[in-house]
Design a protein around this ligand. Structure first.
Ligand code: ZN
Length: 426
């Protein structure tokens, strides 16, 4: 690793220093861009991106780029623009939407002020992921200054809809071949010294139970109570959290070390082992019965199951079917995505790894995550994809979200140098 970095310096140290100094010269622009992005209320739901997309489109056009605007549904706008041509194609992907602010009185500063206090930029989306978004956009703009040296193409893809599943954003672009890349960096919050290369799968199911109604005064001796069937099923369903994953060799040790990362991020010792090596289960919605004095003849239960790398949805569904058979339940699949990851030995991961070490003088840790993201849509198509972005874990999807201005600038440096290296211009 060290050797590779020395090589970068020796090979084209002029270009490397020029690239880094171009970011330093734009420090205030980068910080201001993140602050301006936070000020735009791109809240999802409802997820209308008109204001933020128009703002970014204007910025890109003023810098001389032509921008492809894709809008499969009103307000669900994606922006795509490129520099360079041919292969390989590296994609910078970022989502423009943010989750709602929640109770505004619990925020120290207005969540849409983008205020900068003591080197931190505050507001909804600061970490997830307007910090990453600003850093990606600026790195893209600077990459264009090296256009005649690029051996390939860098494409900037800004999407809506990530916070509600990505169907009209990244998934739409990938499924319709509007975006096809050879490698993808998503600026999701990881913190500067972490690279996230894998996500769990998710399996959302609706379990349905039918029974026979009768007057409540005759229960439990007559009739057939659908709620009781659901209750017994739910109790047994937790057995699936004991299923153990058997991950492939190239990712096994990463999962082992990720359990410690999860422990410290969540602040609970041992949780990493549970959530990264086994399925998790949340019983989210239950509906059943219509009157207190009637035995209910119908009940349905929505469950959210997350599947670790090394188990498939088929393995889990098989177990659930066995339980449902006992209680005469049926299952309807709401959605499925399999666990997915990019090999830690892929050139993309190695390039980002050595670039991070160069920029922050610390060897990054590679880990896999327990949640899911837009990365799966690229990985399903065989496109290597990682998450890397500036972050303060506290406040993401909560209150007082913030990001360190210096971290945004450093992330922008990592994006820029990675692009130049991946496209073999330095
Ligand atoms: Zn995000």
């Amino acid at each position: 690793m060290k050797h590779a970095i020395v090589k970068v310096f020796r090979m084209k140290s002029e270009d490397l220093h020029k690239a880094l100094s171009l970011i330093d010269a734009r420090r205030n622009n980068i910080t201001k861009l993140v602050s301006d992005l936070i000020k735009i209320r791109s809240i999802n739901p409802p997820g209308d991106m008109q204001e933020i997309a128009t703002f970014i489109e204007e910025l890109l056009k003023n810098e001389g780029f032509s921008v492809n605007r894709v809008e499969p549904e009103h307000g669900k706008i994606s922006l795509i623009t490129s520099v360079g041509k041919g292969k390989p194609e590296l994609v910078f992907n970022g989502h423009m939407d943010v989750v709602p602010s929640g109770d505004v009185s619990k925020w120290r500063y207005d969540p849409f002020s983008g205020v900068i206090v003591d080197e931190y930029i505050y507001g909804r989306g600061a970490s997830d992921m307007k910090g990453g978004l600003g850093a990606l956009i600026q790195a893209f703009l600077i990459t264009s200054k090296f256009e005649n040296k690029l051996n390939g193409k860098l494409t900037l893809v800004l999407v809506p809809d990530e916070e509600t599943g990505g169907l009209l954003g990244t998934k739409y672009l990938v499924d319709n071949n509007i975006v096809v890349g050879d490698a993808v960096i998503i600026g999701e919050p990881t913190g500067l010294d972490y690279i996230d290369i894998g996500q769990k799968g998710s399996l959302w199911l609706k379990l349905k139970f039918r029974g026979k109604s009768i007057h409540g005064s005759l229960a439990p001796y007559l009739g057939d109570n659908a709620i009781i069937k659901a209750y017994r099923t739910i109790t047994e369903l937790y057995n699936i959290t004991k299923l153990k994953a058997n991950p492939p060799d190239d990712i096994k040790y990463i999962i082992d070390t990720s359990t410690n990362v999860a422990d410290s991020l969540i602040g609970l010792r041992g949780i990493g082992e549970l959530i990264l090596k086994h399925p998790t289960l949340n019983v989210g919605i239950i509906k059943g019965g219509s009157k207190i004095n009637m035995v209910p003849d119908y009940c349905e239960v929505d469950v959210d199951i997350r599947i670790p790398i090394g188990l498939t949805s088929r393995d889990v569904v098989e177990e659930i079917r066995k339980i449902l058979e006992k209680y005469e339940g049926e299952v309807e699949v709401i959605s499925i995505s399999e666990a997915n990851y990019t090999s830690p030995y892929h050139k993309l991961v190695e390039t980002v790894e050595e670039t991070i070490e160069l920029v922050i003088s610390k060897k990054p840790r590679i880990f896999v995550q327990w949640a899911s993201s837009d990365a799966r849509y690229y990985r399903v198509k065989g496109i290597p994809t990682i998450h890397y972005g500036p972050a303060e874990v506290e406040g993401i999807h909560g209150y007082n979200e913030r990001v360190k201005a210096e971290d945004v600038i450093k992330a922008s440096k990592v994006y820029l140098i990675t692009a130049l290296k991946f496209l073999e211009s330095i």
